[in-house]
Design a protein around this ligand. Structure first.
Ligand code: CDP
Length: 229
């Protein structure tokens, strides 16, 4: 097998996807596609425009609204990050704010939102070499990807990881973090369109007791075996 064009890494919240995807992208010289950032972006822009309630209650036409709020969006993909600009300003930090985090899984369950983002991501990737991470990268968006990875980790471990990450930036209760994680996992796994699932041919790794470097090594040796085959 030759070098894969797209590598997908899916898994639940705080399973280590972004960290591992970034390490892999840097090692291989690929671009990093953080797909969750786009669901966060939709949520953030709906709130910014005061469209959130009307969008959720279907008072606004989904496609028109999404096209309108995305008209000032530009994206830059590097091996380090998916940088998102709104009206020329980078807004990645806003996408991690609590008001976005609390609503993103509700927005991501709306079929029209998924259709819009799926099309957007496919056009964005085009002929680039990417490591794409998220919930449905291997199962729906890049079904043809030559290498698919699925990361899992115990809920407790994931909550601790996310808490450590967040508490460096803001004052936060551990309970709030674990509640949010559980709620999002529940919504992401049970939604009708593109729920979180393990793609059939995926390499499944439990990262509870592995460092990001160890996960990277496992993926690289799996890739080597695939290339030999
Ligand atoms: O970093 P973390 O896994 O906590 O979140 P994320 O990857 O930024 O994703 C945020 C949310 O976006 C998820 O909880 C899902 O609701 C949604 N998402 C999705 O539906 N499909 C994807 N491919 C990626 C994210």
């Amino acid at each position: 097998m030759k070098k894969p064009k797209v590598i997908t890494i899916d898994g639940p919240a705080a399973s280590g996807k972004t960290t591992v995807a970034r390490l892999l992208a840097k090692t291989l010289g690929y671009s990093l596609l953080e797909s969750g950032a786009f669901y966060r972006l939709v949520t953030c822009l709906l709130l910014k425009h005061n469209f959130y309630e009307d969008f959720i209650s279907k008072k606004l036409d989904p496609k028109d609204t999404l096209e309108k709020i995305f008209s000032s969006v530009t994206v830059k993909l590097t091996p380090e990050a998916t940088q998102i600009f709104y009206e020329g300003k980078e807004i990645n930090h806003e996408l991690r704010e609590i008001q976005v985090e609390e609503r993103v899984s509700v927005v991501a369950a709306i079929p029209e939102v998924r259709e819009f983002i799926t099309g957007f991501l496919r056009r964005l990737v085009d002929h680039r070499l990417v490591v794409a991470e998220g919930r449905d990268m291997g199962s729906v968006v890049f079904k043809e990807a030559e290498l698919k990875v699925f990361l899992t980790a115990d809920e407790q471990v994931r909550a601790e990881r996310r808490y450590k990450e967040k508490v460096e930036k803001e004052v936060l209760h551990y309970g709030t973090v674990i509640d949010n994680l559980k709620k999002r996992d529940q919504l992401d796994s049970t939604r009708k369109v593109a729920p979180l699932t393990i793609p059939e041919e995926a390499l499944v790794l439990d990262t509870s007791n592995l460092s990001p470097e160890e996960v990277l090594q496992k993926i690289l040796s799996h890739l080597e075996n695939l290339e030999k085959a």
